[in-house]
Design a protein around this ligand. Structure first.
Ligand SMILES: Cc1cc2nc3c(=O)[nH]c(=O)nc-3n(C[C@H](O)[C@H](O)[C@H](O)COP(=O)(O)OP(=O)(O)OC[C@H]3O[C@@H](n4cnc5c(N)ncnc54)[C@H](O)[C@@H]3O)c2cc1C
Length: 331
């Protein structure tokens, strides 16, 4: 048995100070990741600072039509909020398609951004894993890697980023607000999630004790016409094999603007910038969707077990865009 001390913070500054002062401490929000990993001896905190009493639960309107979502708003609350469902349907859909109803009631938005990978080698404390134990190797590279990433991978790590809701948030240029030992910071979400490269243990730029306090979603009119398509091995309670968040501004059959991001296939929520570039100004037809999907996945680095993901991702992109634009689509 490992003793763990527990305290509850009631002010952001106290929570930050408590964790910053002790390198063996962690924040505890809904606990749906933290407690699992603690039981599996993957995380070994000696102190937990419970942040559930902090006033970070609001979902507020922004003057630009955007939203500010408190880090402790629960996934289920955000999914049900009328402002989210009407203005950012892809965010609501990504939340509803994640985890289970019970988990979504517990899990916080800040915790979702900070959740750890689902790689079996990371979660098995006896396996080599460069993310958990830098320099120990990667069990997934030559192991069971059917669910692993094909984009943004390195020779040190191919773990897939697990979050669903981070995918539409990256497409929307969301920003993460933090409070840390050095004050308030704002991070563009696309820069917040780091590629593994040679340092897979570094997943984000936060210093120890830096607390996610909220997520800012800028207003975007075309986000009203958006969707999140998730493909997985079973219909519910399962992580994505591939997923696509898409928003389209369509006029006279031409794509004026588009936002596209992929989940389940990359080591971070993957903004499909190359595909967006090709789609802007293109006719909304299957040929253009296929070309964009093909180009985006051209950089895929696959293993024999996960090679199917590149083709599945291409098809998921085409299906999401076809559905959104009402374009005829034969599989
Ligand atoms: C069975 C199962 C299925 C799941 N399926 C899905 C799925 O399909 N899609 C999906 O997206 N997710 C899925 N999840 C993951 C789930 O969404 C996350 O576990 C959850 O969002 C984490 O939030 P939490 O509040 O419980 O965080 P916690 O478990 O409390 O914390 C997670 C980590 O983040 C840190 N942390 C928490 N809050 C903050 C903060 N405000 N600032 C800084 N650090 C913080 C903690 O120290 C900890 O390291 C699943 C989880 C389980 C257990």
């Amino acid at each position: 048995m490992r003793p763990i001390s527990y305290s509850r913070a009631t002010a952001v500054a106290d929570a930050v100070a408590a964790v910053a002062a002790d390198p063996t401490s962690d924040f505890l929000a809904g606990g749906t990741t933290e407690v699992d990993l603690l039981r599996q001896n993957v995380l070994l905190p000696r102190r937990l600072v419970d942040i559930n009493d902090l006033p970070l639960t609001g979902i507020e309107d922004r003057p630009d039509g955007g939203l500010y979502i408190g880090a402790l708003a629960r996934m289920s609350e955000v999914a049900e909020a009328p402002a989210v469902r009407e203005r950012f349907p892809m965010v609501a859909e990504a939340l509803v398609l994640g985890a289970s109803a019970q988990l979504r009631h517990m899990a916080s938005m800040g915790g979702n951004m900070m959740q750890r990978v689902r790689c079996g080698y990371f979660r098995d404390a006896s396996s080599p894993c460069n993310k958990r134990d830098p320099g120990s190797g990667c069990g997934a590279l030559d192991g069971f890697n059917r669910g692993h990433a094909v984009l943004g991978v390195s020779e040190h790590c191919i773990a897939t980023h697990p979050s669903d809701v981070a995918v539409p948030l990256v497409a929307l240029d969301a920003r993460i607000h933090t409070e840390g030992p050095h004050g308030r910071q704002v991070h563009a979400l696309d820069d917040f999630f780091l590629l593994p490269g040679a340092t897979p243990h570094l997943e984000h730029p936060l210093e120890h004790g830096e607390l996610v306090v909220g997520i800012e979603v800028p207003g975007l009119a075309m986000a009203r016409s958006s969707c999140y398509l998730k493909v997985r091995d079973r219909e519910s309670y399962e992580f994505a094999l591939t997923s696509v968040a898409a928003a389209v501004d369509l006029a006279d059959g031409v794509i004026r603007d588009v936002r596209l991001a992929l989940g389940g296939v990359a080591t971070k929520p993957w903004r499909a910038r190359r595909a967006e570039e090709l789609l802007r100004g293109a006719p909304a037809d299957i040929g253009a969707f296929r070309r964009a999907a093909r180009e985006e996945l051209a950089a895929a680095r696959t293993t024999p077990l996960n090679a199917f993901k590149a083709e599945l991702a291409r098809r998921t992109v085409v299906r999401a865009l076809a559905t959104l634009t009402g374009t005829e689509h034969a599989s």
